[in-house]
Design a binder for this molecule. Structure first.
Ligand SMILES: Cc1cc2nc3c(=O)[nH]c(=O)nc-3n(C[C@H](O)[C@H](O)[C@H](O)COP(=O)(O)O)c2cc1C
Length: 194
């Protein structure tokens, strides 16, 4: 079974509608480890040894977070800066992550129609996520299409069960190797594969 690690980052989980619901719906999933970074490191003192050890024990690494300023909450950056060490994650002898998969699971206040070239936000989500995609490449990992929930500002609470179901199905699909490499390479969003 493919082992999935979710690195979860939400700085104000008590005010979260979307991510609080998403993580609640997948907590019992076999083969999926949920690691809440703000809970583990409230002072942002990320422990590189602990994190590297966790990475080694998993095949797919998902960064789950709300989209903040066209990127991720601060702890994700801190995690990258401290954990993805030269000689371990990248560089001549840095092959620890080789062959693993990396992806983002995000929610955006903006609607999908605003994330197009020339739209309100100017660029596509894939363009905003390019630093993650290239990070995966540098670490000899394969970047997955992102799983995206758009339009959270206008979203009604009744939409949540659908999003949670889709998220759970997506994780089960990845865990059980239901998606072919070709399908993963072609999809813009993981949501399309369900
Ligand atoms: C500090 C901050 C920055 C944000 N930046 C963006 C952004 O760049 N683009 C966007 O579409 N939404 C942005 N949002 C909206 C959040 O993405 C949205 O509220 C969140 O995904 C909802 O998930 P939650 O209910 O789990 O908090 C931002 C919200 C905050 C608080």
């Amino acid at each position: 079974m493919t082992r999935i690690l979710i690195l979860f980052a939400h700085p104000a989980l008590e005010r979260s509608r979307i991510h609080a619901g998403l993580i609640h719906s997948i907590r019992d999933l076999q083969g999926v480890t949920l690691h809440d970074l703000y809970e583990a490191y409230p002072d942002l003192n990320v422990d590189p040894d602990r994190e590297q050890e966790l990475l080694l024990r998993h095949d797919i690494i998902l960064l789950q977070h709300p989209f903040y300023w066209y990127s991720a909450p601060a702890i994700i950056k801190q995690w990258q800066d401290l954990v993805l060490e030269h000689g371990w994650a990248y560089g001549h002898s840095g092959t620890a992550l080789q062959g693993k998969l990396l992806g983002n699971v995000i929610s955006t206040g903006g609607m999908q129609s605003a994330y197009v070239r020339g739209g309100h936000h100017g660029y596509t989500i894939r363009e905003f996520l390019l630093p993650f995609e290239q990070t995966a490449r540098l670490c000899n990992m394969t970047y997955l299409p992102p799983f995206v929930i758009h339009g959270t500002h206008r979203m009604e609470q009744p939409d949540m069960p659908y999003c949670c179901k889709q998220y759970r199905q997506m994780l089960e699909g990845l865990r059980d190797d239901r998606y072919t490499p070709g399908a993963l390479a072609e999809a813009v969003y993981l949501n399309e594969l369900m």
